[in-house]
Design a protein around this ligand. Structure first.
Ligand SMILES: [Fe+2]
Length: 330
């Protein structure tokens, strides 16, 4: 059975207008029961991490979609439609079950999700009897997108007066009271939000973007594409690679230009999840910037202004970026 029971067209206008939408009973009960049962299993035996990968943060677990739910199409399509995001580049970047502690504080300062969470989706799973647990949102204020890779980096980048508890102090939030089986969708990287009175509640959080960005390596397609890329690199000749399409790895989450204390000599470094950072030349930086829309190696070289007959000389540079898993040959 499909996870979602709603018609996306019914919610497009509301999401576009408000930046969030609350879809009551948007999840099929049978699927909800499955996720609830899985959540109980993992909380009953928190040391048994064979089935559920522990993701560093306490009581946060990776959720695997059963094959019969027709993942990813049946999950991605309705959500991309409601948010008017292109399905072709729609990428999942988180799929966590989060179980809030008994001792979770009733209120903490609101936050923005990481840059990859253009769209955040919450599906409440459990809520204690009489719980006041609800989502607070500021959908009309301080909407600049968090361009950084974590919530914490965004907060530490702000001056005192720009911290959300100061900037939003006099603005009443929207309060959304959700029940198990509802779906709440909002622009997570731009809208300040938080869950109040979350003690003992559990939710499935799914996060998405249309940027092909997967910094936690949680979209199952990311690893498959990386494997395909390494296979292409080992099997194809330089000439064949010229006509191969490439994409920046969804796991490449940052390129930094450092000014070192060696007389401010510049160093450019690329960061790929679970890999060692590596140095990047100015030419390689331009390659990453041009690797859009599944362009071929040959097209990218042409866009760099290099004459066609010389293109073959640049294939080793592309091979290097592929071997370092910063560029995918697809
Ligand atoms: Fe969040």
């Amino acid at each position: 059975m499909a996870l979602f029971s709603f018609s996306p067209a019914d919610y497009v206008d509301e999401f576009n207008k408000n930046g969030y939408v609350h879809i009551k009973n948007g999840v099929n009960l049978e699927n909800l029961a499955y996720i609830q049962a899985k959540t109980k299993e993992l909380t009953a035996d928190q040391n048994d991490l064979k089935e559920w990968e522990f993701k560093g943060k306490k009581q946060q677990y990776l959720f695997d979609f059963p094959a019969e739910w027709n993942f990813p199409e049946a999950i991605f399509q309705p959500l991309a439609s409601v948010a008017s995001m292109p399905y072709e580049t729609f990428t999942m970047c988180e799929r966590h079950i989060k179980v809030y502690d008994k001792s979770a504080k009733p209120s903490v300062p609101p936050h923005k999700d990481r840059v990859a969470a253009e769209l955040t989706v919450g599906i409440p799973l459990f809520m204690p009897e009489g719980s006041e647990s609800h989502l607070v949102l500021w959908p009309n204020d301080a909407l600049d997108v968090n361009p950084l890779n974590t919530t914490a980096l965004w907060r530490s980048s702000l001056d005192e007066q720009d911290l959300p508890e100061n900037r939003l102090a006099d603005i009443e939030p929207v309060r959304v009271y959700t029940e198990p089986g509802d779906v709440i969708m909002f622009r997570g990287s731009s809208i300040y939000h938080e869950r109040e009175y979350p003690a003992d509640t559990a939710l499935l959080y799914l996060k998405f973007n249309a940027m092909r960005l997967d910094p936690l390596n949680e979209d199952p397609s990311t690893s498959l594409q990386e494997d395909l890329s390494l296979k292409n690199l080992s099997e194809k000749t330089d000439n064949e690679l010229l006509d191969c399409a490439v994409e920046v790895s969804p796991k490449l989450y940052r390129i930094s230009r450092h000014y070192t204390r060696l007389h401010w000599k510049e160093v450019i470094q690329a960061y790929v999840t679970d890999e060692k950072e590596f140095n990047v030349s100015e030419l390689e930086l331009r390659i990453f910037k041009e690797a859009e829309n599944k362009r071929s190696v040959r097209e990218i070289i042409a866009r760099l202004g290099i004459p066609g007959p010389e293109a073959i000389n640049y294939v080793p540079t592309f091979r290097r970026l592929g071997a370092l898993k910063g560029l995918h040959f697809i």
